[in-house]
Design a protein around this ligand. Sequence first.
Ligand code: TYD
Ligand code: MG
Length: 508
Amino acid sequence: MARLRSSYVCQNCGAVTQRWQGKCESCGEWNTIIEEAAALGVGGASARRGAAGRPFPLEDLAGASRPEPRVATGIGELDRVAGGGFVPGSATLIGGEPGIGKSTLLIQACAAVARSGARVVYVSGEESTAQVRLRAARLGLASAPVQLAAQTLVEDIVATLASGDATKFVVIDSIQTMWSDAIESAPGTVSQVRGSAQALIRFAKASGAALLIVGHVTKDGQIAGPRVVEHMVDAVFSFEGDGAHAFRLLRAAKNRFGATDEVGVFEMTGSGLAEVPNPSALFLSGRDVGAAPGASVFAGVEGARPLLVEIQALVAPTSLGTPRRAVVGWEPNRLAMVLAVLESHGGLKLGPFDIYLNVAGGLRVAEPAADLAAAAALVSSVTGATLPHDAVYFGEIALSGSVRPVAHTTLRLKEAAKLGFARAFAPPAPRAEGDAPGAGVTTIGSVASLVALIAASAVEARSGGDGSGKGAPGGSKSGGGGAGEGAPAAAAYGTKPTARARTPASAG
Ligand code: TYD
Ligand code: MG
């Protein structure tokens, strides 16, 4: 048997180098490389010793395989992300920041499966059984027949799971606390995380138990991230949320047994995680209808799920040398891009203004389709024109100033209609989804037509009486505006009318 050599392993990404380095060349993190005894893996040395391979029968692709029934937890949002329940013999990694609610979700899932009569084991390496019991009691699950253990040695855990009745559902909370006898490094190191996961996954495949592994994600990367495990498991879910808000999103980053675009939405309540079957209603619940300018509703899609959310913008004269641009819940780079397009193609002068953009409810929007909604909120704040309270916006803005079609147009419109939004401002639907826009859809082909449309409504509102609208950028209210239509209005608001800005909003 080869002498054990040590190698240097990055604790962030698992890359192995032959000598110590301050910076990992693979992932770029600093001070993450530590010395570990070369990992042989569980059973790696003994199984291979002097072995001549044994041939095994190969099978046809067309061979019969009967699909085993999935283990459904009865928690709809969780089962949906899993692809309709957990496949027997599969391993699922659930990652998320500490305190986000992983243990809470999984003890709820355990209780639900256990109540259906299956053997369910919850192994905690972080909390004592008393702590787990206490939590279960708070959640009103104390009577569920879940078998508990506070153990960290994988060999013992596997032996326990393998004895007695067949285990249907196992939770390991968390993989960072597990360690294996066969590996000579400290718990939490990449070798231990990888080795322990290997042993547990092998047990799951052999026994047909559905295995759920909790993995912590740390920001500084000092503790072995679950990254190395991601390749070994069948599915990777991430549990996300914002500490200041109660909602949580469960996403599938990888799923061998289902779609990865499913999203589960939960709300953290005093009695555990509650399912949110209608997330749009949750995100719009705090919205004051028709109040101030600077708010638009974005018809978004998270995964395959429509999600309506309010986007708020504030454009205010700056008192600083360098105007501030602050954005919460959206990409700062996308804001910069939308602002640049509004300046060069929409004719707005935004230079001397502080600009703030916020996605209400603590959601992080990543879709380019939010461009048009953000632009509408910004233009609304600039012009002082309140946007119609029953309208949604979506569309991707190109650098040329045109508004490009986005996927799932029909889905977005349906969700908007369901929540009582009668109007939508959107680019033409992509050809695949059919050409005819539905009722109430105003086709917006360019940023210029969006600006013209909103500025026109500002003029209408102003000529309608109050006259106390706030100053518009550029300051000049010269001319008082035309008849409230298109480009003249934009000109009235100190915007420099470009050739594009003269094109009236295309009708829908
Ligand atoms: P937990 O499941 O322990 O998080 P994780 O396992 O991801 O580290 O959840 C921790 C947070 O959830 C904690 O801050 C308290 C909150 N919580 C509730 O708000 N309601 C509840 O019913 C429970 C059990 C927890
Ligand atoms: Mg926990």
